[in-house]
Design a protein around this ligand. Structure first.
Ligand SMILES: [Zn+2]
Length: 246
């Protein structure tokens, strides 16, 4: 009888120890998962990032929106975008990649001469570099600014982080170079969506005053939809304006 009680007590103690151990492991794992999710959310959500403050929308009640084009200039598609903007007498901002600017300086000049603003979108547009030291990111920014300013005669003060990635190294690099980060509040997904109508719908149903719309001037579909996109935005009572001085 006494022996049985000992076995029961030892079993109970082992059960409590195992339970406590598993509970601690579970609590630890939950904390790690939550922390990693929080870090990932800050890195990949430029709108909500605590690492880097970006202008993602202009605070206004006026029905105005802003068009931004990333990843160019593209020999094939940037001229189509520029022609459409010109026909509609609209100005936009182009966040250009340094390597592309080096290849097509005449397009950088055309963008600028037609009254659009040019922003810096890194030199290599390599996502790996976004996770490197602030010095390497600074080099990318400075190199691109030099290429662009040699063509258009002024240094841009606006930067859009490639892939919208934000982290403390990028924040430090921007502080040292004196550039401001510009994000977006409407991601068009023109790099993913294949159906022109779906793309126009996705953008226009998300419009709110002061929206900054992310598009890409190195995509065929963007050139295809731009005219209809502009018309649909205007039909909804919105004006498309150039970004104000930030
Ligand atoms: Zn990009």
């Amino acid at each position: 009888m006494l022996k049985n009680i000992h076995i029961v007590l030892i079993g109970l103690a082992l059960f409590i120890m195992l339970h406590t151990f598993l509970e601690t492991i579970f609590a630890g794992l939950t904390t790690i998962v939550l922390m990693l999710s929080w870090i990932a959310f800050n890195i990949f959500s430029i709108k909500h990032s605590l690492f880097l403050k970006s202008i993602c929308r202009i605070r206004t009640k006026e029905k105005i929106v802003f068009l931004s084009f990333d990843d160019g200039p593209s020999y094939k598609f940037t001229p189509i975008i520029l022609d459409t903007l010109k026909r509609n007498n609209l100005k936009a901002i182009f966040f250009c990649i340094g390597q592309q600017a080096e290849l097509y300086p005449e397009l950088i000049l055309r963008i600028s001469c037609e009254g659009h603003y040019i922003g810096n979108h890194s030199y290599s547009h390599n996502w790996r570099n976004s996770y490197k030291s602030s010095g390497i990111i600074e080099d990318e920014i400075n190199h691109t600014n030099e290429i662009i300013s040699n063509i258009i005669g002024y240094k841009t003060t606006l930067f859009r982080p490639p892939f919208g990635i934000t982290n403390p190294s990028i924040t430090k690099a921007l502080k040292n170079t004196g550039l401001h980060s510009v994000g977006w509040n409407i991601r068009s997904l023109d790099t993913v969506i294949k159906d022109p109508q779906k793309l126009i719908q996705r953008i226009t149903e998300r419009l709110i005053p002061g929206s900054i719309i992310l598009l890409h001037d190195n995509r065929r579909i963007t050139g295809q939809i731009l005219n209809e996109l502009i018309e649909t935005i205007q039909k909804k009572g919105y004006k498309i304006l150039p970004l104000p001085e930030l």
